[in-house]
Design a protein around this ligand. Structure first.
Ligand code: AMP
Length: 501
């Protein structure tokens, strides 16, 4: 089935119900959205695009993002959403790699034309409106394994790779949301604060399934005051965000004394959420949170830590559970394996493997990388973790972040969890630095809370009281901020490079 059928179903049920919003302003009903998608499909086909052709989306968050997305699917095309914060040169690389024919852009994000495209349409110009004059077409048939979305990985380890996500992958992801994350009703809304080219945009699918509303903040991004104000009028409001964004929301809630009226569910994932941070989030904003763990290769679907598990403070293993990423989501199996794929006993750390209908079709034009990631029917995630007896997965670190000091394995995450509980610590990132004697030594980059005067001695004592001596940092670097990528993930490669320099 073509994902565009979801729009047909929603629009036939409730043609006049508002679907797309820019801030609080409605920009399209479900019926309008359907008409625009069907006409965009007509324009694509009239220009000679055929099913399977790639269309790049390189624009800031915008309600028309969703029109273009559904229009492309309607015509049987493959969308290539590109992170709006990439440098145009990096985006050009993706345009070339995807062999895209058209791109939809906004001028702020793509000020100059890309090379090699047949057309580049600024969605805020008359060019876009002209496309909507084309005759409407019926939805193009698609097979379940046909590619719908080429999802370029953030490329923290080399060139980005195009993850081929099929209609079946994304339909399964959408249905799973209702079971493992949150039931959605037509009265609900989702707000796109994080980039729509990534997880936040992927969550359009379950909300389209439910016939819910889609809200793009007027600012197009993350402004806690704007989001809190929107939640009050546009709620029940859900959103997806990385832990660094959650932290900003919680800071705002704490500073204003507003717990977040109107927010229904805030899904977090994409990077580690430390136990101390989620405890504070729950204390300040209440039981609005659900965690997911996934990756582009199995979008938003790996494990989930439910609202109920987060709230179950009486459980004897609550402390471990909130530091975990929860249990396997319904359509996938998750296991932890040794280097040869053998199952490891409960509690042992190995690579996390995932199998199920959300797992990608492979990497676009990259059979070598595909063969490395998909082995024996399983997706090798590159994440290291351990399962407990109840099936809760605790992530350690990417294998490349592991520190080996004096022959002992040290997982930076464990040290970071401890340092974050020390008074005056706002943020921390732990990496290994080359060392002639130990191979590597543990170094902690620490961001103090405003006004806090941190001392290495005090942090050292704090660590000694809680973790093995060999795991504690040998050095501390006090910094104002941590380098992060566009999704809010700390760039440990950059920290390691600083140390090497
Ligand atoms: P991406 O493919 O860009 O979404 O990045 C996926 C990677 O982010 C995963 O392989 C993990 O390393 C990390 N990640 C995703 N979700 C979580 C989570 N809930 N906790 C910790 N790390 C996560």
């Amino acid at each position: 089935m073509n994902l565009a059928q979801l729009l047909v179903r929603a629009a036939h049920l409730n043609p006049d119900r508002p679907a797309l919003f820019h801030g609080t302003t409605p920009t399209a009903s479900h019926g309008d959205w359907l008409a625009r998608a069907a006409r965009l499909a007509g324009a694509f086909h009239a220009a000679g695009l055929v099913p399977g052709d790639r269309v790049v989306l390189f624009l800031r968050n915008h309600p028309r993002y969703l029109e273009a997305l559904l229009g492309a699917w309607w015509a049987g095309l493959v969308v290539v959403p590109v992170n709006a914060k990439l440098h145009p040169r990096e985006a050009q690389w993706i345009v070339n790699d995807a062999q895209a024919r058209w791109a939809f852009v906004t001028a702020d994000v793509a000020p100059a034309p890309f090379d090699g495209l047949e057309r580049q349409i600024d969605i805020e110009t008359a060019d876009y409106d002209a496309l909507l004059q084309a005759p409407a077409e019926p939805v193009t048939d698609r097979a379940p394994d046909d590619v719908a979305w080429l999802f370029y990985t953030s490329g923290t380890t080399g060139r980005p790779k195009g993850v081929m996500l099929s209609h079946r992958n994304l339909l399964t992801m959408g249905l799973t949301y209702f079971v493992d994350v949150d039931p959605v009703e037509a009265r609900d809304a989702i707000v796109y604060a994080a980039p729509m080219s990534h997880g936040a945009g992927i969550y359009a699918i379950p909300h389209l399934m439910a016939g819910a509303r889609h809200v793009v903040p007027a600012s197009g991004g993350v402004d806690p005051a704007e989001l809190f104000a929107l939640a009050k009028v546009a709620g029940p409001l859900s959103m997806f965000a990385a832990p660094t964004i959650i932290k900003r929301l919680v800071d705002h809630a704490e500073a204003t004394g507003e717990p977040g009226e109107g927010f229904k569910t805030i899904v977090y994932g994409g990077a580690p959420m430390y136990a101390a941070d989620i405890e504070r989030a729950l204390r300040v904003m209440g039981p609005r949170f659900v965690q997911i763990y996934g990756q582009g290769e199995t979008p938003m679907v790996g494990t989930a830590l439910s609202r109920a598990h987060l709230a179950d403070t009486a459980h004897p293993r609550h402390a471990q559970r909130i530091a975990s990423v929860g249990v396997a989501q319904t359509p996938v199996q998750v296991r932890v394996a040794g280097p040869h794929g053998q199952d490891l006993p409960t509690g042992e750390v190995g690579e996390v493997l995932v199998r199920g209908d959300t797992v990608m079709q492979g990497y676009w034009r990259n059979p070598q990388a595909t063969a490395a990631a998909l082995r024996g029917g399983w997706l090798w995630t590159g994440d290291m973790g351990a399962l407990d007896a109840d099936g809760f997965l605790t992530l350690k670190d990417r294998s490349k972040d592991l520190i080996i000091s004096g022959g002992s394995n040290i997982y930076p995450r464990e040290v970071e969890e401890v340092l974050l509980t020390a008074p005056g610590v706002a943020e921390v990132a732990v990496v290994g630095a080359p060392d002639p004697e130990w191979g590597e030594v543990v170094v902690a980059f620490v961001v103090p809370q405003p006004g806090a005067a941190l001392q290495a001695d005090a942090l050292d004592a704090h660590c000694l009281a809680q973790i093995a001596r060999f795991k504690r940092p040998k050095r501390y670097a006090f910094v104002d901020t941590l380098p992060k990528n566009n999704y809010g993930k700390v760039l440990k490669t950059e920290l390691r490079a600083r140390l090497a320099a």
